[in-house]
Design a protein around this ligand. Structure first.
Ligand code: NDP
Length: 289
């Protein structure tokens, strides 16, 4: 007879908005099932007001940990007791764990982003990179590229002041890198893209079919570069399609999603993520959604 498991059910989840098509529950529940863990993972789509309300009551949340996605990765920080060193320097949190009644924030996007670069066989050392966007995921991307030894980093954002803020922050951390902040609207990008080796889209533009193409065709360099879009649904954004037609290499955010989720699972459970099973669950969930 099987011994009775009297341990408490552990509840995890993801907070974000919108969350209708999130595949995180599929990959995390698959990993819990793989080990037969008494744990379950839900999606919690909440308005910004409601999210802040819940975080003010974080002490009474009956969760063992949670993920944070768009647009709350920075919002969550003041409500946590502690950040691990990486989340602190990045300034964004996508994974939270309850540790002895204290809420600790982590950033696993850095790891996930680098896993995508590795899959694309791209080495960032001494490379010139243009990053579109200045939100929570851009922070992780800039930190990852800074640590990987990029030579030049240009941040292009719709709201220029936000790009400027990130550049000022990361310049202090990586003073050898040549930093620039430019406006995504207008032609400022034209000056920086021709010398880029990598273009990363961290904006939400591309999630919907009607979203604008952020980089006009004529701005792309003649040399072949890598275009990395963090979006994974659709699997090929307008930006990726355009880049591909021009002969550039492209990668979407699927590998990043898988590996940031795998790292979160390891933080919560202390077990090695069953990556092949999680990859299959992710793939199946994306096909269904
Ligand atoms: P944030 O809300 O923190 O930042 C959003 C960014 O997108 C801002 O720079 C914002 O510009 C910009 N933006 C939004 N709409 C537009 C638009 N129409 N045109 C131009 N810029 C726009 O979000 P995150 O950084 O957390 O996430 C961004 C994207 O990255 C999402 O699509 C998310 O799904 C994806 N992502 C994927 C991951 C993966 O594992 N594959 C992990 C993390 C994120 P402004 O400052 O002007 O508002």
């Amino acid at each position: 007879m099987r011994a009775r498991d009297n341990s408490e059910l552990k509840v995890y989840g993801i907070f974000g908005n919108p969350l209708a098509h999130t595949v995180s529950p599929a990959i995390q529940n698959c990993a819990f099932d793989f080990y037969g863990l008494k744990a379950i993972y839900f999606a919690f789509e909440r308005s910004p007001d409601r999210f802040r309300y819940l975080m003010r009551h974080i002490r009474s949340l009956v969760l063992s940990g949670f993920n944070i996605t768009v647009p709350f990765k920075e919002t969550v920080i003041p409500y946590l007791d502690r950040l691990n060193s990486e989340a602190r320097v990045v300034g964004a949190v996508n994974t939270v764990k309850k540790e002895k009644n204290r809420w600790v924030g982590y950033n696993t996007d850095v790891y996930g982003f680098l896993a995508g670069l590795k899959k694309a066989h791209f080495k960032a050392k001494n490379k010139s990179v243009v990053v579109l966007g200045a939100g929570g995921s851009a922070r992780a991307v800039l930190f990852a590229l800074g640590r990987a030894g990029a030579e030049k980093l240009t941040v292009a954002n719709r709201t220029l002041s936000r790009a400027g803020k990130l550049v000022r922050k990361f310049r202090k951390m990586f003073p050898r890198i040549k930093w620039n902040a430019v406006n995504l609207k207008g032609s400022q990008l034209k000056a920086f893209l021709p010398e880029a080796d990598l273009l990363v889209n961290t904006t939400k533009a591309g999630l919907k079919a009607q979203d604008p193409l952020l980089v006009s065709k004529s701005f792309f360099p003649k040399r072949k570069i890598l275009v990395y879009d963090l979006i994974y649904k659709p699997s090929e954004t307008k930006l990726m399609k355009t880049a591909k037609r021009l002969g550039h290499r492209v990668i979407n955010g699927e590998t990043m999603l898988l590996f940031q989720g795998a790292k979160a699972f390891e933080i919560w459970t202390g077990r090695r993520a069953p990556i092949n099973q999680m990859r299959k669950a992710l793939h199946d969930a994306l096909c269904r959604s």
